[in-house]
Ligand binder design. Structure first.
Ligand code: 3HC
Length: 330
C-alpha cells in the first residue's frame, strides 16, 4: 500500500527498504489494520503529525463555536435557541475529547492552546467567514457540519486508538448538528420569498468555503501521502470533496436552491458531479491569517484565555493545597 504511495507521490513516504526494522514492524501493524495505542512504539513523525492533525481538529471545534455563538441570543424562537445552544455546547465537548486524545501523545492542552493563540497552529479555514444572517446557522449546520461528517466518519477507522474512539462519539453528535441545520434551511427555503432569498444567499457564501474544508487539492496536499500510509487519513482531500458535492447537490435541489457553480454537471462516466474548484489563492490567504474574521476569532480566543486565568490559577492553587495536605497527612 505505501509502496504505491512512493510511486504515486515519489516523495515523503519511505519504501520498506529504507525503513528500520522497528519502522517496518510498525508499518506492518498499520497495514494489518491494528490500532496503535499511546504506550506503543511509534515513529516520531507519526506522533508529530497526529499532534498536528488532532490539535488542529480540536482547535477547529473550539473556534467553531464562535460563528454560531454569535446567534444564540438572536435565535428566532426559544426552540431554535435551545437547539443552537445544545449544538455549540457539543462542539466544546468535541474539542475536549480531541485535546484529551492529543494529550496521550505527550503534549499538554496548555501547549496546544498557546500554539493556537500565537497563530502557530491552525484551525479550519471555514471559521474565518462571518455569519451574517439566521440562514447562515442553517448553512453552517447543513454544509459545514455536513463536510465535517464526510471528513470525520472515515477517521473512526484511523490507526491511532484514542483518535478513532473520540471520532465515534463526535460523529454521532455531528449527525444531529447537520440535521438541525438542514431543518433551518428547509424552513427558510419554504418560507416567505425574503426567507428563501436569505437561504440562497447563505448557500452562495458558504458553498466554496465548505469545499475548502477538505484541504487543498491532492497535488498540493503536503501531508496526504504519509498520513494515508499511516492511516492517520483514510481518504485523499479530493475524494472526500467529491463525495460531499455528490451528496449535497441533490439536497440543495430538494430545497429549491441553486448551487453557485455554473459549471456543475453530472458526469455519467465518473458517476459524480463535475464542479468548479474553490479559489485556492483565497484558501491559502485565509489559512495564512488574512481571512475576513481571522483577527476577530484569535482575539476572542485570546481574550477568553486571559479572562479565564483567575479560574485556572484558583484551581491550581486548590490542587497544590490538597496535594500538600495529603503529603503532610502521610
Ligand atoms: N483549514 C485550515 N488549514 C487547512 C485546511 C483547512 N480547511 N486544510 C488543510 N489545511 C492545512 C493543513 O493543516 C496543512 O498545514 P499544516 O502543515 O500547517 O498543518 C496544509 O494546509 C496542507 O494541507 P494537507 O492536505 O497537507 O493537510 P492534512 O493532510 O492535514 O489535511 C485536513 C487537512 C483534511 C483538514 C486533515 O488535517 C484532517 O482530516 N483533519 C481532521 C478533521 C478536521 O480537522 N476537520 C476540521 C473541521 S472540524 C469541524 O468543522 C468542527 C465541526 O463540528 C463543525
Amino acid at each position: 500500500m505505501y509502496a504505491q504511495m512512493v510511486k504515486s507521490t515519489g516523495e515523503g513516504v519511505k519504501s520498506p527498504e529504507d525503513m528500520t526494522a522497528e519502522e517496518r514492524a510498525f508499518q506492518e501493524r498499520i497495514d494489518a489494520g491494528e490500532k496503535i495505542e499511546p504506550k506503543d512504539w511509534m515513529p516520531a513523525g507519526y506522533r508529530k503529525t497526529l499532534i498536528r492533525q488532532i490539535g488542529q481538529h480540536a482547535h477547529s471545534e473550539i473556534v467553531g463555536q464562535l460563528p454560531e455563538g454569535n446567534w444564540i441570543t438572536r435565535a428566532p424562537t426559544l426552540e431554535r435557541k435551545a437547539i443552537l445552544l445544545a449544538k455549540v455546547q457539543d462542539e466544546a465537548g468535541h474539542g475536549l475529547y480531541l485535546y484529551c486524545a492529543a494529550e496521550t501523545l505527550g503534549v499538554s492542552r496548555d501547549e496546544l492552546t498557546e500554539d493556537l493563540l500565537s497563530g502557530k497552529m491552525k484551525y479550519s479555514s471555514i471559521f474565518n467567514y462571518p455569519t451574517l444572517t439566521w440562514a447562515d446557522m442553517g448553512a453552517v449546520g447543513w454544509l459545514v457540519d455536513g463536510a465535517a461528517i464526510m471528513n470525520q466518519v472515515p477517521l473512526q477507522r484511523t490507526s491511532f486508538g484514542p483518535y478513532a474512539r473520540a471520532m465515534v462519539r463526535i460523529c454521532k453528535e455531528e449527525s444531529f448538528h447537520q440535521r438541525q441545520g438542514y431543518d433551518i434551511m428547509m424552513k427558510m427555503a419554504n418560507g416567505t420569498p425574503a426567507q428563501k432569498r436569505m437561504a440562497q444567499d447563505a448557500l452562495n457564501r458558504f458553498w466554496y468555503p465548505s469545499l475548502m474544508m477538505f484541504g487543498p487539492s491532492d497535488q498540493d496536499s503536503v501531508h496526504s501521502a504519509q498520513s494515508m500510509a499511516w492511516k492517520i487519513k483514510m481518504n485523499t482531500n479530493d475524494e472526500l470533496r467529491q463525495k460531499f458535492v455528490d451528496q449535497t447537490v441533490p439536497q440543495a435541489e430538494y430545497l429549491g436552491l441553486t448551487v453557485p457553480d455554473e459549471t456543475l454537471a453530472w458526469n455519467d462516466d465518473k458517476g459524480g458531479y463535475d464542479f468548479a474548484e474553490p479559489d485556492w489563492s483565497e484558501f491559502f490567504d485565509v489559512i495564512k491569517g488574512n481571512g475576513p474574521c481571522n483577527v476577530e476569532r484569535l482575539a476572542a480566543r485570546n481574550k477568553a484565555w486571559d479572562d479565564g486565568k483567575w479560574v485556572r490559577d484558583g484551581l491550581l492553587a486548590h490542587a497544590e493545597k490538597r496535594a500538600a495536605a495529603k503529603v503532610a497527612a502521610e
